[in-house]
Unconditional design. Structure first.
Lengths: 251, 375
């Protein structure tokens, strides 16, 4: 089966520095794939490459077997193929929550105003924000902004959903609620999820498979389920990174 | 009592550093350099013994002192006895020294020669110009598609931008233009009254406001007000990932963010320029009738005679271009903003400075063109 996303020998750079070398992995249909590693290892930069926000040479990143460069400018790639939830929600601050969710629907679908309104209400209900349609992002909390961002990310029912540090800045209860929401959405919508995180509780709670980006060796040093990484990895950095997570998970 | 350090030589090869007192970063305390210098000046010393006698309290000042001593002695292969260092201090020193060092090379700032500097500035100007022209090109394509109906802009957002750049700018444009007209008239009266030619104040004020000052003053006001606002808004959106979110929602950044702003300012600038010109003439009128024997009717009649339709259109044409470039520069600088609050400030400043410079350069180019065309 063709992987949903395939990365082959990708070298990542930031300004003029090479931050990661020979990055290769596959993301399978329907899994929750985690990109983990210490702060500053290049997780968010890898996400930018995957999203097509950073230029990449040919035959490095593939979506359903097609080179990203050939699909990224095709209408429907953003929105229908992929949806993204950014670290802070990244809601468009001049618009209400309803307008944030409605904008992709107004632009890319032929739905009428009433249908759009209904879908907006549905999406906001899914993330527990029914009744907040006319609020502006500045009027709601950080956790709510993230959930509203998630509602916007799933507005067009994308096949793949990307999350950049979903639990960053959230208290443990809100982070757990967001994790549960991701699991529910993945199971009910059947979408593939890619999450960039260093939150250990989330890694063990929702991750199907993970790759560990090692800041010292500048490449992937471990790949597998989170428990496989912890139990069978020989890399001291991976073990050190994950061992606190098991205590959290057990505790 | 502040931190006290005593340096003694036990014998030819062992130095004892006794540390006591209260060490605080808020009070004066001994510096390591003088003791290091003394120790290193005696080549016979092979070992340094640290002793702590009556140490009342300590903070980072003492840690920093000890790290200096340890680093300097170890770099010269001197043995340092750290057994007597209190546990808390030792742990902090170990923590700071075992901290992993990132092997990413730091950005090296080489001292450059004058030729390298000129070359670097030249390249910077070249690449900035190339990027800006590329941006302008994409904007023009967006405008063509908009006229052709292939690109739509959100009418509500567009109306808000129109209001922001147009109606809300009227008070400041009024104030500045009125004062500029007033100043031109006052200066002119001083000179022309010597020749009994006060009536020509109306000519000077009218023509200068219509051809030059109206559009230039409006352009400068708009650069500082609207261009800066565009750069700051878009820059903040960059910091908050809102621009990335737009891109990954499939929207063209140019068409969504820049096009409405550029169209709004290009449409509003000529109107503001006309407003500015007339208010400037009003300012001149006030100054002239209050300082000379000119009447309102004579002043207005003289202005109408002096100012021709060409002067009016010269101002309008220039203001259209100024509006386009002020908005384009503001948007482009905003989109170049990096990911920190500091960059937003820097971006805004750069946008204002660049816009004003471009306005003045363009005005000079227009002056040459209109002079060649005898307009």
């Amino acid at each position: 089966m063709v992987p949903k996303i395939s990365v082959k020998n990708l070298n990542m750079t930031y300004d003029d520095y090479v931050i990661m070398r020979n990055i290769s992995f596959d993301v399978r249909q329907g899994e929750i794939f985690l990109i983990i590693g210490q702060s500053g290892c290049g997780k968010s930069t890898l996400l930018k490459y995957l999203l097509g926000l950073k230029r990449v040479s040919h035959k490095k990143i593939f979506y359903d077997g097609k080179d990203i460069n050939s699909v990224v400018n095709v209408p429907g790639f953003y929105g229908e193929k992929i949806g993204v939830l950014y670290q802070g929600g990244a809601l468009w601050s001049s618009m209400t929550l309803a307008e944030n969710v409605a904008l992709p629907l107004e632009t890319y679908t032929s739905l009428n105003g009433k249908e759009i309104e209904e879908i907006v209400t549905l999406k906001l209900s899914l993330v527990g924000l029914k009744g907040f349609e006319n609020f502006y992002p500045s009027q709601i909390s950080g956790g709510m902004q993230k959930r509203a961002g998630l509602a916007r990310a799933i507005a067009l029912d994308p096949e793949i959903l990307f999350f950049d540090e979903p639990s960053a800045g959230l208290d443990s209860v809100s982070a757990k609620r967001l994790d549960d929401l991701i699991l529910e959405l993945k199971e009910s919508l059947g979408i593939t999820v890619v999450i960039v995180t260093h939150d250990l509780a989330s890694i063990f709670a929702i991750g199907t498979r993970a790759i560990y980006l090692d800041v010292e060796s500048k490449t992937i040093t471990a790949m597998g389920t989170p428990h496989e990484l912890l139990m069978s990895s020989n890399d001291k950095n991976v073990i050190a990174f994950l061992s606190r997570g098991t205590k959290i998970a057990q505790g | 009592m502040t931190g006290i350090v005593e340096l003694k030589l036990e014998n030819e090869s062992i130095a004892i550093i006794s540390i006591s007192g209260t060490w605080s970063i808020y009070a004066k305390h001994p510096h390591a350099e003088e003791f290091i210098e003394t120790i290193l000046s005696k080549p016979s010393i092979r070992k340094v013994d640290l002793k702590f006698v009556d140490l009342k309290s300590w903070d980072s000042a003492l840690i920093n002192f000890l790290i200096h001593i340890l680093d300097s002695c170890e770099s010269k292969s001197l043995t340092v006895n750290i057994d007597n260092i209190p546990t808390g201090i030792r742990k902090l020193i170990e923590l700071s020294r075992t901290s992993p060092v990132r092997n990413t090379p730091p950005a090296i700032q080489k001292k450059s020669t004058i030729f390298e500097f000129i070359g670097r500035v030249g390249l910077l100007v070249f690449f900035s110009l190339r990027t800006f022209l590329g941006f302008v090109g994409r904007l023009l394509i967006g405008i063509i598609f908009f006229i052709g109906g292939k690109v739509k802009i959100r009418s509500r957002e567009f109306a808000i931008v129109l209001q922001e750049v147009g109606v809300k700018a009227l008070p400041i444009v009024f104030l500045i233009s009125f004062l500029v007209g007033l100043i031109i008239a006052f200066v002119s009266v001083l000179q022309l009254s010597q020749f009994g030619a006060n009536i020509y104040v109306a000519n000077l004020v009218g023509i200068s406001m219509m051809r030059e000052m109206g559009c230039i003053m409006t352009g400068i006001i708009m650069s500082g007000r609207t261009g800066a606002a565009f750069a700051a808004t878009i820059g903040t959106m960059m910091v908050n990932d809102e621009v990335d979110a737009l891109q990954t929602a499939g929207f063209s950044i140019i068409n969504f963010l820049a096009l409405p702003r550029v169209l709004a300012l290009t449409l509003m600038m000529p109107l503001l320029c006309i407003f500015s010109s007339f208010i400037g003439i009003l300012g001149g009128l006030c100054a002239a009738i209050s300082t000379t024997d000119l009447t309102i009717v004579r002043y207005c009649a003289q202005t109408a005679n002096a100012v021709c339709i060409n002067d009016f259109f010269v101002g309008i044409i220039k203001s259209c271009f100024f509006g386009f470039f002020i908005a384009a520069i503001g948007c482009q600088k905003g989109l170049q903003c990096k990911r920190s609050a500091e960059d937003v400030g820097l971006t805004t400043t750069t946008a204002v400075v660049t816009s004003i410079t471009v306005i003045i350069i363009m005005d000079a180019i227009f002056a040459v063109i209109f002079s060649l065309l005898e307009i």
